[in-house]
Design a protein around this ligand. Sequence first.
Ligand code: C5J
Length: 230
Amino acid sequence: MTKVDAEPYEFEFTLAKTALVMIDWQRDFVYPGGFGESLGNDTSKLLKAMGPAQKVLQQCRAAGMFVVHTREGHRADLTDLPRAKRERGNAPLRIGDMGSMGRLLVRGEYGHGIVDELAPIDGEPVIDKPGKGMFYATDSDTVLRMRGIEKLIFTGVTTEVCVQTSVREANDRGYDALVLEDCVGSYFPEFQEAALAMIKAQGGIFGWVSDSTRFLAALGTPGVMAAASR
Ligand code: C5J
């Protein structure tokens, strides 16, 4: 059992029953010209979480941890896009409209893709989700249960929207969630702080919060960890 220094108390996991979840590291959120910017957000605010998330991804891969990626987006014909989601925000460009990285939040478009730095590799499932949470209208639960996964380590964007929604959904399905605070990003620092506070409050009502330094210290030397936990 590996123990991570975390709040509200130590998070324990075994490699074989744990997955790293990379939430929505898509160009549409992280770079100018995508969906995030169309809503009036400053996308540069998300960039600082990318370096630590990349380090965690590399070390988890080296340790042999199961990795899953998610992408928020819709079918090209928008038949899975609720009217409410398309109209919400009253932005000049909406989901499905053409932006500088292709049609906003549409599957197959350049902007919908995951940034090169965190791109999935063979053996890492990519879960396409039409909503904010990773479980709604997806096969996430099946993919995780087939591997015997019980614990989830979260990185991604944005903290208070798709990360937090996914953590809440995971909690209701019986998973333990650990969020790495320097590996999640928000357009609003105050929402980031509040979301993380909500997750770990009340004895960890939704889960645990730690950071990449403490997590990687616990993960230890990848080769040794991988051998010890199998
Ligand atoms: C948003 C997400 N913010 N991935 N999506 O609309 O957090």
